[in-house]
Design a protein around this ligand. Structure first.
Ligand SMILES: [Mn+2]
Length: 310
């Protein structure tokens, strides 16, 4: 058999190398990340920033603690590509092995019917307990305290059933209010409107959450709903509880992160210099894409401009 010969081309085409893209930044490893109150489908949602943040971390567990998709607002038909990109990215994370817990909130309460749903690494529930080295952490959205803060505590003492009962009470009251043409009850709305009583409503919310968590023997309780990022130790009759709130992606752009080394910490997008750099890189990419996208169209535009000026 004759050796295989490779025909050498007469001319060597020199193909310019792709401009080296900056190496993908190393993702920050966290054991747990908690994001809440994203409100996809509303004008206030910072989906682009959220996606940038999600891409910067590598969590083992990602908790979506309520009001992620704003189903109330869906009639307004607002669903830009950036919002879809978040959904797709989350689906991709689950496919890659990240455990995603979607906990329902009041703006996505339609999903409550499907609580208990499991799809691969994706779980849908109303609440979640994480057993972490720093202590057991109880996570739920927090809208169960909207209608009746005073009775929340003893109702929740009934355990899982009490919690479900609170959800039912809130839903029924809001259903009746809607029938009467009156606005729903939502603490988050009160806080956003910054009325005088919002301060005490927030502290009531935090104290109620902490008291219930202490009754149940949890070290940490993590809520969302009131759009007020927070980490603080609260003293209850049953001892100390650390109250956590992941804030929101409408105004504060915050999340909660847990690592075995640091425990629970608040993350602020606006204080992260890496996010600023990423935003600049994204803007440059977008400009480049635009320049490459349709030369004919660009030329047409230029010519049109020429004519006008001529
Ligand atoms: Mn909410």
């Amino acid at each position: 058999m004759s050796p295989v010969t490779v025909a050498m081309p007469d001319t060597i085409l020199i193909i310019p190398a792709e401009p080296a893209k900056p190496k993908a930044r190393r993702k920050r490893r966290v054991q747990v990340a908690v994001v809440s109150d994203v409100h996809l489908g509303t004008y206030g949602c910072h989906a682009t920033e959220l996606l940038r943040y999600l891409k910067s971390i590598r969590p083992q567990v990602l908790v979506l603690n309520g009001d992620i998709v704003d189903i109330w607002q869906f009639s307004k038909n607002y669903w830009p590509p950036a919002h879809m990109r978040v959904v797709r990215y989350l689906a991709g994370l689950a496919a890659k092995g990240v455990k995603i817990h979607y906990l329902t909130g009041n703006h996505d309460e339609l999903l409550r019917k499907f609580a208990g749903l499991k799809l691969g690494n994706f779980r849908l529930d109303n609440k979640l307990v994480l057993d972490l080295p720093h202590g057991r952490t109880w996570l739920f959205h927090g809208d169960v305290f909207d209608v009746t803060m005073r009775h929340s505590r003893w109702l929740a003492k009934l355990g899982g059933h009490g919690y479900d009962l609170l959800i039912l009470i809130n839903r029924s009251v809001n259903y009746l209010l809607a029938k009467l043409g009156r606005p729903r009850v939502a603490l988050s709305k009160l806080v956003k409107e910054r009325v005088k009583s919002a301060g005490s409503a927030v502290s009531n919310f935090e104290e109620t959450a902490a008291a219930i968590a202490a009754d149940e023997g949890y070290r940490y309780v993590a809520c969302g709903h009131i759009h007020q990022p927070e980490i603080k130790t609260l003293h209850t009759e049953k001892g100390e509880v650390i109250y956590l709130n992941s804030g929101d992606w409408v105004e504060n752009l915050t999340s909660l992160e847990y690592t075995a080394e640091t425990g629970w910490q608040l993350y602020y997008y606006n204080d992260d210099p890496l996010m600023q750099q990423a935003a600049e890189a994204d803007a440059a990419d977008a400009a480049e894409e635009l320049a490459d996208s349709n030369p004919a169209q660009l030329l047409e535009g230029l010519l049109a401009e020429f004519k006008i000026r001529a």
